[in-house]
Design a protein around this ligand. Structure first.
Ligand code: FES
Length: 64
């Protein structure tokens, strides 16, 4: 089994690489099948939640 890797970008999203299934709050699958790379919003400003759309830069999001 391939290892799943989660990386925290400074002042940006979480990057998830590997075979994962991502669902919305209602349990609806929002990720694609198979291994991939996903960027999840952690600033709260994305219009494509749970995915990052780059808004963190405009908001000057600071991760501590
Ligand atoms: S972390 Fe990128 S839009 Fe929120």
């Amino acid at each position: 089994m391939e290892k799943t890797v989660v990386k925290c970008f400074k002042n940006g999203p979480y990057e998830i690489q590997g075979d994962v299934e991502i669902t919305d709050a209602n349990g609806k699958k929002v990720s694609q099948d198979g291994s991939g790379t996903y960027h999840l919003c952690r600033c709260g400003g994305s219009s494509k939640k749970p995915f990052c759309d780059g808004t963190h830069s405009r908001l000057h999001f600071k991760s501590e």
